[in-house]
Design a protein around this ligand. Sequence first.
Ligand SMILES: [Zn+2]
Length: 278
Amino acid sequence: MTAQIALGLLLTAVTAFLAKKYKALSSSGIAAAVLLALVLIATSWEGFVLMFLFFSSSSAFTRIGYRKKKERGASEREGGRSLSQVLCSGGVPAVVSGLCYTVNGLREAAALAVASTIAFSNADTWASELGSLSSVEPRLITNLRRKVPHGVSGGVTLLGELGAVMGSAFIAVPASLLLALARNYGWSWASVRIDPFSFGALVLLLGWGGEILDSVLGAVAQIKYLCPKCGAFSDKSIHVCGSKTRAVLGLPFIKNETVNLMSEAALALLATVISLHL
Ligand SMILES: [Zn+2]
């Protein structure tokens, strides 16, 4: 296990340095990400590897076509993802892994919950980063006849949904391999009863399903603003044109991060229940 811990610490240090250099995360975001990485290294090496794949691939996708996304008001902030974004997308897998580590019988269930919540975060990020480059105007997932501008939560495009499936698979395939390796090398997932193929298939479905739930919650519950000047919907209180927008839909305290956190918590619970019944 020592080799995995050493490699995990090295990868965390290098990634934190690169995240700072390329402004993928704010300073407090980096501190939180390092803390989450340490929890995963200590409790589930496999979960750490998946989190590393999520973070590096999603940061790369954020940079693709950044200028186009910025023009559309669908880009991430230039200072990098914030502390609350890090905690809301990586907090659930780390907390589940940390809590279940000490409880006999839940350690196995944690494997599916950790892998699927990371697959969900990856699917969600790939979907929005790829979808916002689509030349087609997004449609609201709860009312496909209604078009919404890029970057508005609940808006879906074919390219974005393709991104979601690929993003979930990008975590599910390695998760399946890690489970097979864990059995050979006695890692923390060694006692998981599901076979590696079914495990990967479940992770893929749960990650993608979570992303659909997230879009629906984003469309129904998340606060949305209307720009009085352009007459366009936006997720932000100041529109890309510079005008102050007014809230017209959704609940005021529910932001994008809140929706992510709710979807992830629901997914973690569902994955744990499925694991305990398999
Ligand atoms: Zn405007």
